[in-house]
Design a protein around this ligand. Structure first.
Ligand SMILES: [Ca+2]
Ligand SMILES: [Ca+2]
Ligand SMILES: [Ca+2]
Length: 400
């Protein structure tokens, strides 16, 4: 048996293959981008790297991660990678500041949208409040967005889609879409903001806890963020709860699903393995377009999380602004994602063969998808035992 890379197509081969494609793969030709598996020996279900970090002002900004003299956007992004890439034991919280502040990250492979399953989760530091007065209790909900690397350049410069969480059905009329906030520098003072509804306010200093500057030092003045504002969820239960340790008792009521830093990471706080996939898992099928209409994404390559609440604690020097924090994220079905990529890659190779193009699978740093499996023309992984046309590394091969 000889395996020959087919460098040139005969016209006959092209025509017959084209007919084959049109006959049998009509429904699959919608694949619009290269599903991605970086050239690593073993794939990780956790974040590989951060692409963007643009927090809004806040009490943890310039602190986690720490801004140091001379830092740029690129070095702050690198610091975020060092904080949140990896598993739960080896990662640390980063803060997104007040409403709108965001982080964007990716994995070493595209995450597949597996039907009827949650596909990934982002872990924060929300917890169930102790007296169980409310559902949740420390909800600083971050809104999730997803994007597919449609132009295959490895950059998050493609269309973004928001994950429609439970507020869209539980709080109709209370969610503000197309919201916009602009923050102004005010060195070592409270940070003023204005929104596009004519309101204004401040991100207040809580000096005894956080003495550093609250406006992100490496970003320009006048930062403007756009997105969805979730309904305020802070309750003052100071008069209803026994308080031996504090004058105040505030809670941040949780939302049912579809956000980050919203519900506790574990269903049983005594069991570190009781991951709260139900409360924290995200289904890519929840993605919606700018008209809040569902979009049907087969894979995603980038995830963005931004702070979805614009509120602060009225007690001075207490909680300050509500700010999403995240620690790490994971693909909830790594093997299923990798299998789906292999299948899509094989099918796409057939799709593109008619124009004699090779698969542009590279994504980062010239890395190429290279799995050495051989697929038949139906995208099934096989060990060929007879003559025919097969797909390997995205190229047609002929076995004679
Ligand atoms: Ca899914
Ligand atoms: Ca891109
Ligand atoms: Ca938090």
């Amino acid at each position: 048996m000889r395996i020959i890379s087919k460098e040139k197509n005969s016209m006959t081969m092209r025509v017959s293959l084209m007919i084959f494609i049109l006959s049998f793969f009509h429904s699959f030709i919608v694949f619009s981008s290269a599903q991605r598996m970086d050239n690593v020996l073993e794939h990780s279900k956790y974040i590989q790297a951060v692409d963007e970090y643009r927090p809004a002002p806040g009490q943890y900004v310039n602190d986690i991660p720490e801004y140091e003299e001379g830092d740029t956007e690129a070095t702050m992004v690198q610091k975020c990678t060092e904080m949140i890439a990896g598993d739960y034991q080896n990662t640390h919280l980063i803060a997104l500041g007040g409403w709108g502040g965001y982080v964007t990250f990716h994995f070493d492979h595209s995450i597949a949208n597996i039907p009827d399953q949650r596909d990934f989760a982002v872990w924060g530091n929300a917890y169930q409040e102790q007296t169980n007065q409310v559902f949740g209790g420390m909800n600083e909900a971050g809104i999730v967005m997803v994007s597919k690397d449609v132009n295959s350049n490895g950059l998050p410069d493609d269309p973004w889609y928001e994950i429609s969480g439970s507020c869209d059905v539980d709080s109709i009329g209370k969610v503000i879409y197309n919201y916009e906030v602009t923050y102004q520098r005010n060195p070592m003072g409270n940070i003023p903001w204005i929104d596009n509804l004519g309101h204004s306010g401040t991100i207040d200093r809580v000096n005894q806890w956080h003495p550093q500057e609250y406006y992100p030092e490496w970003l320009p003045d006048g930062l403007t963020f756009r997105g969805t504002r979730l309904p305020d969820n802070m309750l003052d239960l100071s008069e209803t709860v026994e308080r031996t340790w504090s004058q105040w008792y505030y809670v941040l009521v949780g939302f049912r699903y579809g956000y980050v830093d919203n519900l506790a990471n574990w269903t049983d706080k005594a069991d570190a393995n009781s991951w709260n996939y139900e409360g924290c898992g995200i289904d890519i099928s929840w993605a919606v377009d700018e008209n809040r209409q569902p979009v049907n994404l087969d894979f995603i390559d980038f995830v963005r999380v931004y702070t979805g609440l614009n509120q602060k604690c009225p007690a001075p020097n207490w909680w300050g602004e509500t700010s999403t924090e995240i620690q790490c994220a994971e693909d909830l079905h790594l093997d299923a994602s990798l299998d789906a990529i292999r299948q899509a890659t094989a099918i796409k190779a057939i799709d593109r063969s008619s124009s004699a193009r090779l698969l542009p699978e590279g994504r980062k740093n010239g890395q190429l998808i290279m799995d050495n499996y051989i697929y038949d023309l139906l995208g099934r992984k096989i060990s060929p035992k007879q003559k025919g046309i097969y797909i390997q590394n995205g190229k047609k091969i002929i076995i004679q």
